[in-house]
Design a protein around this ligand. Sequence first.
Ligand SMILES: [Zn+2]
Length: 457
Amino acid sequence: MKVIESIFREYDIRGTYPEEINEGVISIIGQAIALKCKQEGITEISVGRDGRLSGEILLDSMCNSIAKSGISVTNIGLVTSPILYYAAKKSVSKSGIMITGSHNPKDDNGIKMVINDKPVSGTEILSLTKCVPEFDKTKKEIIKINIIEDYINDVLHKITLNQPEKVKVVVDCGNGAAGCVAPELFKRLGCNVINLFSEIDGNFPNHHPDPGKLANLQDLIKAVKDEKADLGLAFDGDGDRVGLITGKGNVVFPDKIMMLFAEDVLANNNGGQIIFDVKCSNSLAQIIEANGGEPVMSPTGHFHIKNKLRETNALLAGEMSGHIFFNDIWYGFDDGHYAGVRIIDLINKSDSSIDEMVSRLPESFSTPELNIHVGDDMKFDIVRKFAEECLLDGNKITIDGLRIEFSNGWGLLRASNTTPKLVLRFEGKSEADLKSIQENFINEFKRICPEIDSTMH
Ligand SMILES: [Zn+2]
């Protein structure tokens, strides 16, 4: 069995089924994970999978491989990534494996891991596949449990709404794994729930489960308006990201959602740190400070955010991509459906609608995430060159690519962790500021990297 090394990414494992990821490859990865468990003194691990067509067969292969390698397995079946993280948090070993293609094309699948309460990189697992495990191979047991009910009860125990029946919410699972928990969760919360595409179907027959793309939110926007709902929530394929639509049908970018959450979390705590990635608006840091908190900027990616959370024990963390990690009364993992519950909690505690709450936030002018397509092998070199040679004058932040803060806004260029793309975003205090910042940035990019087609998508 030959394992293609490019499936082992810096932060996870990802590839196409069956060419790159199949039962045999998963079996080898399972042995490597078992070895990592042994190194960490872990004797048991939870394993789950999302709704991909290849999910069940890969889950079985993973469970068997790990059990045969001497580690007990708790098979939690078809779940979202947050429910797998929940199972891991609740177990003695604090370890779990999620077989998930997240929001990637339908034939893709992959693995997210947490071992001994720490994220594990794909490259570390790759190096372990090259070691021959020497431990005794008496097959350990595989037990099957359903943890979704425990998860829902835990949420309901922590969040009680006064008048939940007044909240009308449209929930769009995009036929992803969130269908296994979100409809029941929001119903049990007591809300008036309208479900869109909650049947789990790995063919994704309606729209792709990626709320980061506007095209995938159109059904939800229409349903929110037609139903005169208070809000719409969309989840990605494995439920760890959330998208929010207001009652008027407007999309709320995750950094604005974070501003609302930051105010709420800081009001309930006596100060504290809040983590966000380099793609977020300057207004988020300002709101955190104005509410007595300490803003902490992090490189993009769940791996960095999770490590930063462990380091700082911050109250809350969030990414522009929609990964939101509550660490106040929740467990500090990224959880799209729990973030959805907290949005409904905000509406319930306030007399304002989501539209009104958002309109009170500082006005700023920003682009969504923009991309320049480049090769996977050159993206980091391009960003390094740009960061070294850039002559634009401002406060330069280099924790992840180059973010330059000017007096009237900021610009960012970084390499995507997961795709062969450069990621750009711009923000200005006015429309004119935004335009000039973006133009200056792109002109500087063209000067430094004239050979790259700088068309942004
Ligand atoms: Zn995801």
